[in-house]
Design a protein around this ligand. Structure first.
Ligand code: HEC
Length: 113
């Protein structure tokens, strides 16, 4: 009986640890598809030609420049946090979209069309 309990506990612990691992991994890498959606819906309100923020597309920066931009996390000449427009998880998705379609990426994309 004791042995059975030990095995069961070990199995539960393992499942728990694996769950944490995949959650952490999923958290690090955003969804490009969702990111395209969030970028179109939120960022492009101000970032089309002639709009307040000027045109912003993935092609505005290289992959490294987008990474740096989102690592810094500030917006509009450093005046405000990017997180005021999107919650952290959606911002991660948007950054994934922009990085994956940056000017020097394998699949450059002009805009969130
Ligand atoms: C309410 C309007 C608005 C929204 C929404 C908005 N921006 Fe901006 N953004 C601006 C303005 C204004 C500037 C400054 C433009 C300038 O000086 O030419 C700017 C500048 C930028 C720049 C140029 C670098 C900088 O920060 O100064 C980037 C890149 C950028 N925005 C990305 C984004 C992304 C990504 C989102 C969505 C998460 C977003 N913006 C949402 C208005 C907005």
């Amino acid at each position: 009986m004791q042995r059975f309990l030990n095995v069961a506990l070990a199995a539960i612990a393992l499942i728990f640890v694996l769950g944490l691992f995949s959650a952490a991994r999923a958290g690090q890498k955003g969804s490009e598809t969702k990111g395209r959606h969030f970028f179109r819906e939120t960022c492009r309100q101000c970032h089309t030609k002639g709009a307040a923020g000027g045109e912003v597309t993935p092609l505005n920066k290289t992959m490294a420049q987008w990474r740096e931009y989102f690592a810094k996390g500030t917006h509009n000449h450093g005046k405000e946090p990017l997180s005021q427009y999107l919650p952290a998880d959606q911002l991660l998705d948007a950054s994934t979209f922009l990085i994956q379609h940056a000017a020097d990426s394998p699949q450059p994309e002009t805009c969130g069309k």
